[in-house]
Design a protein around this ligand. Structure first.
Ligand code: URA
Length: 241
């Protein structure tokens, strides 16, 4: 995983709004610490999660956060919304104001939503070319017919975008329930695919994203930090594809 990087003098010059020539003096005087150690190298490469201080004042001390949330129905996957509460309202976390959503769910969909302040990680997880698989438990209004299997497997043409969806796996569990696995996330994709058969989706719950599965102990609206293993596995699964 590569993070966005910057030279130390560039970061300090931008953060303190002073010219690089003055930054050189600060650094030479031993007033700058990087990762807890005095740093005399203005060209030192730092990233958004490198702790940097000047004379004991923090310039940046971001800690990477990776959160799984069990989204309830009725919450929007957005930072702000005029009509509905957002998933951000559920994460009351003052130490981490820079969280963003790594892969959205519709208003009435439920289940696994990943949140992070690490844009490199979320980009790698959501980049369409990377084919991270996402598994959804879907309930539809009418019986699922045998013909769906082939249509989902072949991909469907969406005229609005002018694209054919990547092959979708449909595992029928019951007369009106199925597991659907997507490797991309087109707008309302699952609803539109069942909609092609005039079969409305009445329940849509995301169970997993890549190698990360929703923790069953999380009630709707609850969240927890990912383990280190989950953070790595989420991204590694894609590299195998
Ligand atoms: N497909 C949908 O139609 N909605 C979602 O929330 C996710 C996938």
């Amino acid at each position: 995983m590569s993070l966005q990087t910057s030279r130390l003098d560039r970061l300090l010059s931008k953060s303190l709004s002073i010219p690089k020539s003055d930054i050189r003096l600060l650094v030479a005087a031993g007033q700058v610490k990087v990762s807890g150690e005095v740093c005399y190298d203005v060209a030192r490469v730092v990233n958004v999660f490198t702790r940097v201080s000047v004379n004991g004042e923090w310039i940046q001390r971001n800690t990477p956060r990776y959160i799984m949330l069990n989204k309830p129905a009725g919450y929007v996957c957005a930072t702000k919304d005029d009509k509905h509460p957002t998933v951000m309202d559920l994460v009351k976390d003052p130490v981490c104001p820079d969280l963003h959503i790594a892969g959205r769910l519709d208003l009435n969909s439920t289940g696994l939503v990943l949140l992070t302040n690490d844009s490199t990680w979320s980009e790698r997880l959501t980049f369409p070319g990377k084919k991270v698989s996402k598994v959804y438990l879907v309930e539809v209004a009418n019986p699922i017919e045998a013909e769906y299997q082939q249509a989902f497997g072949e991909g469907m043409y969406f005229s609005y975008e002018g694209i054919t969806t990547k092959p979708v796996t449909l595992e029928v569990l019951g007369e009106r329930t199925a597991l659907v696995t997507l490797t991309e996330g087109r707008y309302h994709q699952i609803k539109r695919m069942f909609g092609r058969f005039r079969n409305p989706v009445i329940g849509l719950h995301r169970q997993s994203v890549g190698a990360v599965s929703l923790d069953h102990s999380l009630q709707a609206g609850d969240y927890r930090d990912l383990s280190n293993a989950e953070v790595l596995a989420a991204v590694e699964q894609r590299l195998d594809n």
